[in-house]
Each structure stands twice: as structure tokens, then as C-alpha cells.
Design a protein around this ligand. Sequence first.
Ligand code: PLP
Length: 376
Amino acid sequence: MELFDVYSLFDITPVRGEDCYVWDNEGNKYLDLYGGHAVISVGHSHPHYVDRINSQLQKIGFYSNSVENPMQQELADKLGQLCGMDDYQLFLCNSGAEANENALKLASFHTGRKKILAFERGFHGRTSGAVAITDNEKIIAPFNAGHEVEIVPWEDIEAVEKSVASKGVAAVIIEGIQGIGGIYVPSPDFLMALQKLCRDTGTLLILDEIQSGYGRSGKFFAFQYADIEPDMVTMAKGMGNGFPIGGVLVAPHIKPSKGLLGTTFGGNYLACAAGLAVLEIMQDENLIANVNKSEKYLLSKLRKSIDIKDIRGMGLMLAIEGYEKIAGIRQELLFKSYIFTGVSGTYTMRLLPPMTLNESHIDCFISSLEAAVDSG
Ligand SMILES: Cc1ncc(COP(=O)(O)O)c(C=O)c1O
């Protein structure tokens, strides 16, 4: 049987990972500044993460959501403590798209409304509702296009005001930092104005922190740079360091009822073990402080290095926009210096490394980047 061929692949086969490095099947060692697409938060195969999942598997790996699983509460308690949102409620699922799908459904149940407002350049996933609110016509099938959606320009508060004034919008959804679109950070003033408009019109505000959450921005959630309290926050990627897990944080004023949401795999023992291990490592190793320290060092080095048009982002979620096409530089970095990076569009490199990144990794990246630019 052939695989359904939907991915463009690099001819590289990783077989092992450790902290910020991966090794391929030919023994080459790569510095991972892409984090498997912002997923590797606490480092590849961290010993505590491996032990937590291993020892859980020795006991029990799965039962359904029809019985008590105290690990879900343990995860909720630890998450509430670390993100400072202990009064919110946690719904567990398996991926980012699924987290958004549940948040949209819950917003619609809660308000009795159908329409969702999203932003240009936004990405929210590939399932039915999540892809309908994503600003990319190429991935929206006719079936998905049946949803009531309006996509407005980035940070255009007047466009939002006009739309929510009808009191027909269930929710506005916005990324904590736009990721796939090229790393654009919403200003705190805009987020605060958005929250006010939402509250005035009974519209819910959903923060998609699937890529920007879990410490990557230098705070637990990127929206925490603004003084807002979203109605829902969606999470995935860094939450399980590669183990499939996603979640929705739900504000206390939104009440659950039996059967309102549900999933077979969400919140299973192994996912909870992975999620708890991530939070324990983040706390024990003070990784959010490390994100801020590494960001400062990286930016100071980068500014003294190559000719850059723009640097965007926060923490270890950064975009470097140059004057030269990025594809060639990325190829050089990957195949000559063995460094993984991400991309957005033609000129922008995206860096989404593990939060354990240190100065020696950064020095290696900067000298390799200079060499790649020189040879281009
Ligand atoms: C901001 C954002 N939302 C949602 C998703 C979808 O997540 P998943 O691929 O886990 O479904 C992504 C994935 O890249 C994302 O970056």
C-alpha cells in the first residue's frame, strides 16, 4: 500500500533525538531550530518525559472517559498553577484543530449564534470549522465552505466593530502570535479593544495559543502580554512535546453540561503523563526564564550579524525577514551546517526551537547563517 502523498519531504530520516539535536539514519547530527514545527518544548526525549510515559505505560495506557482518571485533574491543577488561570476549566482533546473545533462549537452552544470572525493570514487547523476560519482558500473544500465566517484585516478594529455590532457573531478567534502567517504579534491595545467589543456585544473571545502557548513567547501564553481574560484559550503543540494532546481552557462563566463535548482518546493516561512531564520540566528547569534569556542573546547576535529587513516575534517564536530569498539559505543551513529551520513565504525564516536552547546553540546558528548568506 502506498502512503497518501500529501507532504513535501526533505530526504532526511531522523532516528534519534536528544534535547536540541536530532540524528538521522546516516549518523548526521542536526541542530533543531524548528522544534518539529513548534512542538518540541522541553527538548527531544527528555529523560523525565521518557520515564513518565514509560512508567505510566507499565501501569495502564488507556481507558475511556466513562471512568475516573485522576491524572486529568492533576494535569488541570498543574496547568492552572503554571499559567496563572486556576479559575478556568480544562477540556482535553488530541490536536490543535480539534481544540479549535471544540472551542468554536462551545462558543456557538453558549451564544446560540453561528457566525465566527477571524483574521487575515490566520491559521487554525484543517478540520471542518477550523479550516473554514483559516485564511487559505487552497485548503478549504466546498464542504468546509458552508460555515458562516468573516475574515477581516489584521488589527482592523473598525471592521471587527462593524461585524460584531449585529450581535450575530458567536466568537472572534485570534492567534496569540500568528505563526504560519509569518509571526505577527497582536498589540496589547488591539487585544484589549477586541475584548471590550466582544464583551459589549455578547461575543466570545477565543485565543488560539496552539503555537504561541506553553512558554514559547516568554510568558506562559502570548496573550498575557495584554491585560485580557479570554473566554477560551486553545492549546496543543508544546503541550505534549510530541505526544498528541490538545486542550481548551474555558472561562468560569461558561458552564458545562453532560455530553456537551466529548472524545474517545482525549485526556488518556499516556497523554496526561506526557502533559504533566512537560509542565514539571518547565517548572524544574525554569524554561520560561531561559526563553527570555535566549531571545535576548539571539537578537543581540543577530542584529550584529547579517543584513536583516525585519525581525518579528517574541521569546523563541521568531521570524527573520531578509532581502534574499530564504529557500537557498535554508537549504545551505540544513545540508551544509545540519541546522533545521522553518519558513513562511519567500523571504521569512521562522525559528521555533526547544525552550532549552542555549548560547552555544545560538553561536553555532549565527556563524552558520553568516556562512550561508555569504555563499548565496
Ligand atoms: C495557530 C495554530 N492553530 C491550529 C493549528 C492546528 O494544529 P494541529 O495541526 O495540531 O491540528 C496550528 C498548527 O500549525 C496552528 O499553528
